[in-house]
Ligand binder design. Structure first.
Ligand code: MN
Length: 231
């Protein structure tokens, strides 16, 4: 292809047991999908699921056993961690019923929905889009993908995040208000899902600030650790 400047490199994530990479199409995120987190954000009860996106090139891949680096982002005094189970879509579709949704899942990973909470809060107050709070550069660290068949029971898995060796978030994916098949049903009603889409499924309670130098270790049982330090 003859382009007027070099086209951006494709974004792709390694998969356990595969030499080929998983090419990323879009990054969807589910808001307030654990009740105790909804409460800590000032909301109660089960709302209809809602979604936002992060730019694909916000992804920061960290291999198992390595420590990734995330630069402290601009414009914020309140950078929050949100540990999340990530669903990787292998087969696209629109209006996918929950009963068929799992056949569209390729695998799973551990991800962090990093959030400039002060900017998100300001945008919420003004009724403006969340992009500046959620979709900034380096805002989506994630680990390698584990294929669904090798991932065990991800909907009954412990999910946790430690900062500097202290546990900040600890819950179970059983606490997801909207389960993976329901998320896919709702999401595919709004957008046509494509192979390569990633879905960050929401975070449990315990979100809090990190600062320069902090080391985060996130985990979902069966999917390994995601280790990343704030620069
Ligand atoms: Mn989140």
């Amino acid at each position: 292809m003859n382009t007027i400047f070099p086209a951006p490199a494709p974004i792709a994530v390694p998969v356990h047991g595969e030499s080929g990479l998983f090419p990323v199409h879009r990054i969807y995120c589910v808001g307030r999908n654990y009740e105790e987190h909804a409460k800590e954000m000032g909301f109660t009860g089960r709302e209809a699921p809602f979604f936002f996106l992060k730019p694909t090139d916000a992804l920061v891949f960290v291999a198992n056993g390595e420590t990734g680096q995330m630069p402290y982002p601009s414009l914020t005094q309140n950078l929050h961690h949100e540990i999340e189970l990530v669903v990787a879509i292998g087969k696209g579709g629109r209006d996918i019923p929950a009963s068929e949704a799992m056949s569209h899942v390729y695998g799973y990973a551990v991800g962090l929905d990093m959030t400039r909470r002060d900017l998100q809060g300001e945008m919420k107050k003004q009724g403006r889009p969340w992009c500046i709070g959620k979709g900034f550069d380096h805002s989506a660290p994630m680990g390698p993908i584990t294929k669904a068949a090798d991932a065990g029971s991800v909907e009954h898995a412990e999910i946790s995040l430690d900062v500097n060796g202290q546990t900040r978030q600890k819950s179970s994916t059983e606490q997801l208000m909207w389960k993976i098949p329901e998320i896919i049903e709702h999401l595919s009603a709004a957008w046509e899902l494509q192979p390569g889409d990633l879905i960050f499924t929401g975070t449990p309670e315990g979100v809090a600030a990190v600062k320069s130098g902090d080391l985060m270790v996130g985990a979902v049982a069966g999917l390994g650790n995601l280790k990343i330090q704030i620069q």
